[in-house]
Design a protein around this ligand. Structure first.
Ligand code: NAD
Ligand code: ZN
Length: 371
């Protein structure tokens, strides 16, 4: 076995009363998932939900470690990609759990990126009114964002993430070894959400990212651990304050209003989520500066860090502005026909602004297209 001894480099607590849990960040953790999970549940039935890229690489290791703790393990593999975050797949997995006679004390282990985590978590939240759920995120985006905080969902033809729940995992195991096999584009994709944390909450972290950009791109282990832990800490703090997004948690949606419009306009075949958010963050900062809410320099700072991470900073002009606007209107962040935007006031500080006019955002996009 490659890693005899797991190395937990950092631990972050998510403080949610009876639903509190730990995020363990380290190396060699996959091979010890069984002990950690086994210590937290009574039952000995586990379903590992994974995808067609991650499963062949890592499911065996996790399965073995669970079996060593006496678990009866079922591995369920979905096709990699956003289209798998579907009601049909949720039903398919629920059927397997029923066929295998999974009890209420069984558990679901999500092993993969955000697609796997969101889908597996949703299934765990509804199977027999909820069974134990564990997150083993393997993409950077999942490690810094989607595996923490308990938002689980599947997509509907009429909207992304429209069928879901708030359902917290019992433990998040972040094994950085797994990141070595992540494709370059997906690594950068996760970095967009990393930059977001700096902009919304932590100017010092933003500076750290700037100073360490080369090591971050090179996936240097010590720096990656620092970055992942910082993001998890920030997300955990926000989620502890506002678990169900009644207020401050909405700040995590910085860059996401336009981002979702771009994703939808590209029919999810153009931008990856983080890439769309990168463009959305730049445009939102520009809008805030135009409104006199922040210094114009902030947009430039955000843009140059995103460029250092080789992320897009300008909308793809082949996308129809009408479709981007229609995509934004479908988004959950629209209230009473007006857009809700998260806008920077200063580096590390954003505010929630309601009543942004669609016409203003259309003009912003048109100007960006012609710039
Ligand atoms: N629940 C939340 O709070 C939340 C937050 C942000 C995003 N999301 C959701 O997350 C999803 C996007 O997540 P994602 O970017 O991880 O997508 P993903 O799950 O599709 O993973 C990206 C790609 O990387 C592959 N992959 C993952 N880990 C790998 C590894 N270690 N080695 C090799 N390949 C690997 C996957 O197979 C996939 O092809 C979206 O559905 C989004 O809505 C949820
Ligand atoms: Zn996001």
């Amino acid at each position: 076995m490659k890693n005899e001894k797991p190395d937990v480099i950092k631990t972050v607590d998510v403080a949610l009363g009876a639903r509190s849990y730990k995020i363990e960040i380290g190396t060699g953790l996959l091979a010890h998932a069984g002990e950690k999970i086994g210590a937290l549940v009574k039952g000995r039935q586990a379903a590992i939900v994974t995808d067609s890229n991650v499963g062949p690489l890592y499911a065996w290791t996790v399965k073995q470690s669970l079996e060593a703790q006496g678990f009866q393990v079922t591995v369920i593999t979905i096709e990699a990609g956003e289209a798998s975050k579907s009601w049909q797949n949720a039903e398919m997995i629920l059927t397997v759990l029923l066929e295998k006679k999974f009890h209420r004390d069984a558990c679901v282990v999500a092993l993969g990126g955000g697609v796997t985590g969101d889908l597996a978590g949703f299934v765990a939240s509804v199977y027999q009114r909820g069974i134990a759920f564990f997150q083993i995120p393997t993409s950077l985006l999942a490690q810094v964002d989607s595996s923490v905080g308990g938002k689980v969902a599947v997509n509907h033809a009429l909207g992304k993430n429209m069928i879901g729940a708030f359902y917290q995992p019992k433990l998040v195991l972040i094994d950085m070894d797994a990141l070595q096999t992540l494709e370059e584009r997906h690594w950068r994709n996760g970095l967009a959400e990393v930059v977001k944390y700096g902009v919304i909450y932590d100017a010092a972290f933003f500076t750290y990212l700037k100073q360490n950009a080369a090591d971050i791109l090179a996936r240097k282990l010590s720096v990656s651990a620092e970055v992942i832990a910082a993001c998890c800490r920030l997300k955990a703090e926000v989620v502890a304050l506002d678990e169900t997004e009644g207020g401050v948690r909405a700040k995590l949606n910085y860059g996401h209003t336009i981002g979702h419009g771009l994703e939808l306009a590209g029919h999810y075949n153009g931008y990856l989520h983080g890439e769309a958010v990168a463009v959305g963050m730049v445009l939102a900062a520009r809008y805030a500066a135009e409104k006199g809410m922040c210094d114009a320099g902030i947009e430039g700072e955000i843009r140059s860090l995103l460029e250092a991470f080789q992320l897009p900073v300008k909308a793809d002009t082949s996308l129809s502005i009408d479709e981007i606007m229609a995509g934004m209107a479908l988004d959950k962040k629209v209230q009473d026909g007006q857009l809700v935007f998260i806008l920077p006031e200063a580096m590390g500080n954003v505010t929630i602004v309601k009543g942004v006019l669609e016409s203003e955002i259309r003009a912003l996009l048109e100007n960006d297209y012609h710039a």
